[in-house]
Design a protein around this ligand. Sequence first.
Ligand SMILES: C[S@@+](CC[C@H](N)C(=O)[O-])C[C@H]1O[C@@H](n2cnc3c(N)ncnc32)[C@H](O)[C@@H]1O
Length: 248
Amino acid sequence: MDRVGRRPLITPAAFHRGGHEPFLDAAVARKRWTPRRADVAWYRSVVTTGPVLELGVGYGRVARALIGDGWSVVGVDRSAPLLEDARRRLPPDRFTGLLSDVASLDLGRTFPVVLAPFHVLNHAEDGAALQHMLRRVRAHLHSDGLFAFDLRFPTVWTGPPRRTVGTLTRRGVRIPWEESTVFDVRQQRELSALRIGGQPAVCLAHRYVMPAELEDQLDRAGLRVTGMWGGFAGEALGDGPSIVVTAT
Ligand SMILES: C[S@@+](CC[C@H](N)C(=O)[O-])C[C@H]1O[C@@H](n2cnc3c(N)ncnc32)[C@H](O)[C@@H]1O
């Protein structure tokens, strides 16, 4: 870890809205996300019927486990490389991958279970975008269906960009990466830029949502909270790194 020194990759002023995907490279996403396991166990425990609609399915980390449990999964993602990876690795008779932004999703059918695992809704750039995504959830969920998702627990911070550097090994070659993160207090968004090797930096923004806003947003979208925790082990809200929610 190195948080001092060189010029940051981004500043809030320089960050461009939208258009960027955090992980153009499925191998990098795989390396960074695969160690997460507690959330997969929790999603497996709450899914008791199918088929499942997974919003922001990525490379299929959670979908793979659900398929292993016997469920069919329709997975939606706006990242072509991640979705391609999911399609390549998951059984086609159990997995349908759709390249789409959740905001424009209109499948014309409902599901008994809709999931948005691992911070997908943090990608909504403002309150209106979050409300729009939640309405898309409502439109695709049975009236008594289960909507389960998790967000980052909001932690506001200020100060200069936090910089992290490391290396990853690909086909025996060590490639340096660097990540720079700032917090835009006004927009309540954490902005990160990641550069791998000599590639252009890719940018990711996470908007933090306080629990009260979340409940209000869910309510306005016609969704009712049935459970809210601070983590996947059932921690109280604020005692863990997440906001874990079930709703109907
Ligand atoms: C941190 S990843 C989680 C992937 C997967 N759910 C998992 O748990 O491994 C967030 C995913 O959400 C996708 N995503 C974010 N906003 C989206 C949107 N508006 N429409 C479709 N996909 C979106 C990203 O492309 C990314 O694959």
